[in-house]
Structures are given as C-alpha cells and as structure tokens.
Design a protein around this ligand. Sequence first.
Ligand code: PLP
Length: 381
Amino acid sequence: MSKIWLSLAHMGGSEQEFVREAFETNWVVPLGPNVDGFEHDLSQWLSTHCDQEVHAVALSSGTAAIHLALIMLGVSKGDEVICQSFTFAASANPICYQGATPIFVDSEPDTWNMDPILLEQAICDRMKQTGLKPKAILPVHLYGTPARMNEICDIASRYGIPVVEDAAEAMGAVYDGRYCGTFGQYGIFSFNGNKMITTSGGGALLCHTEEEAQRVKFYATQAREPFPWYQHEQIGYNYRLSNVSAGIGRGQMRVVDNHIAHRRAIHRLYTELLAGLPGITVVEPKKSTIFLPNYWLTTIKVDSNETSFSALQLMQHLAKADIETRPLWKPLHLQPVFSSSPTYVNGVSEALFNCGLCLPSGSMMTCEDVMRVADTIRSMR
Ligand SMILES: *Cc1c(COP(=O)(O)O)cnc(C)c1O
C-alpha cells in the first residue's frame, strides 16, 4: 500500500503543452504569453461568481500577493493591521515586512474565521489606545470555509477600513453566491504545491480596477518607470510569476472545477464514513446556503473525553499506517515570534488547535484512499 499524502499537486495533463510551448518559443523568462493567458483565465473564471470587475495579477507567491496588497494600501512603519489569528504565519508576515504591527483577532466557532464581534471591539479599542484607525483588515477563509464576509465588510465600511482577503486556501469557495477573494478591496490566492491548483509555486493578487492591477504589476517588476533607461522613483520588488510557471497555471485552470468538486466529494465521503463514531466530528459550517466551502482540507475534531485518545495520538496512529495528517494551524497569537502583538481573543482558536486534525484531502485521492483513512481512524483505540 502506498503512502497517502495530505494534499499533493495534481496535474491535469495539458500543463506540459503550455510549458513546452514556453520552451519552444524561448519564453523561459519572467512574463510572457502564459502569464497574460493565465491572468486572463483567472479573471474570466472569477467573473462567473462576482458581479464586480476582477483583474488577477500573477505573482511569485501568495505571500508576495499579501505584501503587495499592503503596499497598495500604503501600510507602513508604525501602522496597525488587524489579522485573523487562526491562520498560517504567511498571512501576517508581510505586515511585519512593512514595519507595521499585526493585531490578532480570534475566530468564531462556526466558520473558524475572524469573529465579527471581536473585530469591532478590536477596532474600537485600537482607536482608543492609539488614536489611529487600523490600516487594513485581513480575514482568512481557513481550510476553504468562507469567513462571515457580509458582517466583516459591513464593519469595515462603517469604519472606512479596507479589507485584504486571504483566500490562499479558498479558491472556488463561495459565500452568498460570490467567490472568496472577490469581497475585499484586494484578495489573494496561493498556487503553492499543496493548494487547490498549483504553478509549482505562485500566487495572485485580485483587484477590482485595471488601474490597480497595473500598479501592482509596476511594484512587482522593480517599480521601473516608463523611461528608455532604468528609472526608479519608488522601491520595487521582483514578485512576478515566471512564464514557465504560468504555463502550469493555464493547464490547471482547465481542471480547477474538477479539483474543487473532487475535494467536496472527499469531504462528503469522510462525513458518511465517520458518522456515528463517538468523539470524532467531521467539521463543516452550520448548514446554511450562504456558505459553500471548497473543503481544501477536510478537518476533524477529536473530543478526547469520548475517545480516550488525543488528536496528536491519532495523528501518530495514522502515520504508522503511512497516512499523512497535520495539526490545525497554531494560532498566531500563541506563536513566539508574534508574542508582542496586541490580541483580542475568546479562546476559540486555541481550543480548536488542541483538538483538531487535517485529513488527507488532495484531488488525486480515490474513494479507496478515503476509506483506508476512515478505517484506520475507526481502528484507533
Ligand atoms: C499558503 C498560504 C499562504 C501563503 O501562500 P504562498 O503561496 O505559500 O506564499 C498565505 N495564507 C494562507 C492562509 C495560506 O494557507
């Protein structure tokens, strides 16, 4: 029996044609026709579930996309940015690149994402403490479950604070009929090897105007001014996606909807197979038509009062059967590197971190693979 991985890159078949074309035409450079084509495909695809204009800019990573979004919003030294605590460190690191301070806000139990009530408390308290409004709000759609964007965007617009939406894990997740990543002033995707689609490494910044997209491309290519010589009036970055990587992305866009459907099917199958198992809950948001997660990773909660084993012990048990699982993201307010950041917590993310586990969920998994994982969980005593 072969190893079952958490989430593997999954090629659709046409990626190599685009990559070969890049080689044959010698576009083995940053930029080129695949980059334009990939951006076009992404923007078209997004426009099917968004009633606003969307312009995707292809970048070297999701982290770079967050960084450029903050730069576009003028986040700089001494500013504060409100960030969801329950997420991967890459959500908050770019805040620090800018010399700003992340302010961590805990999650609400239903979506595991930014708690709107705590968010508003945090905004009011920061304004009281510093006399300044936070410069941006950064919610995350963790594991592909949409955050409560209606509430978050209402609060954001009431206080006049822009939203940067970290949809790195949420490509294809829908909230209120609209794709995650298209709600904020800026949204970001990641195309790292384990995300919904991959370019081997890459990301995108989603903007709502052509002018913003042009400005992002300017910063992403060393802020080079339109002169015959290399003229620079601002600090720039080397953050564009390569034409070879974008070729992989174009191939992946042909199968993205299959990938999303497959991950949702895996979640349904886990839910069926693990039903009735005492102390194990397959997680999904409260039944409501407003949330349509992509189930990037299926997650479970282990109630050790009922199971007599912990999530970490279950992880070790599965590892012995050659099945890769992973603890949930450790909340950033508990990470040593962010220990000096102000935090607004309610205990939700810490409790989830202590009892949760991510199950293998890649779009290459077969029904038999999912059954093997479920059987191995059932065999744990
Ligand atoms: C993967 C991820 C990122 C970073 O994306 P990269 O492409 O790896 O830089 C940011 N935020 C979240 C929530 C992620 O899961």
